[in-house]
Design a protein around this ligand. Structure first.
Ligand SMILES: [Zn+2]
Length: 145
């Protein structure tokens, strides 16, 4: 494969990819596990291969990088000044795919929770995780009633 990216763009890409796949997701996983939630990871049989799947609650969680998923109005979503059209096109396609996956999952009766990386920054992390816990518990309460 011919690498069409210049060096700067490439290292930019790599840093984003690395950041996306490791820390934020682990944070959510550890937290929910410690609260007693059990889940499956990256279920390939579901649209978009959700990061966490809670079959018991019929709920999935996506942890999205603000950049790749074009988090609207987010200060971490900054369009590069070079190859701007190419990036916009790419991110636009990612967003389309995200909303496609969302409707597919909803049609199949799944509740979908999306967490963006910026919601897991130290200042807001606790709030986000507690909210997540509440949402999941809420689902379980609904079922009991
Ligand atoms: Zn964001």
């Amino acid at each position: 494969m011919v690498d069409v990216h210049d060096k700067k763009t490439r290292s930019f890409n790599m840093s984003r990819i690395k950041g996306k796949d490791t820390k934020p997701e682990m944070m959510v996983r550890k937290f929910l596990f410690s609260k007693g939630f059990r889940y499956k990871l990256h279920d390939k049989t579901l649209a978009g291969k959700p990061d966490l799947v809670f079959p018991k609650f019929k709920t999935v969680i996506f942890i999205h990088g603000c950049y790749w998923h074009g988090h609207d109005g987010c200060r971490y979503f900054v369009i590069p000044k070079t190859r701007t059209d190419w990036w916009l096109d790419k991110i636009g396609k990612n967003k389309l795919r995200d909303s496609d996956n969302l409707s597919k999952l909803k049609r199949e009766g799944w509740k979908v929770i999306t967490v963006f990386e910026c919601e897991l920054k130290p200042a807001v992390r606790e709030k986000t995780l507690n909210k997540l816990q509440k949402k999941l518990s809420g689902v379980s309460n609904d079922k009991k009633n």
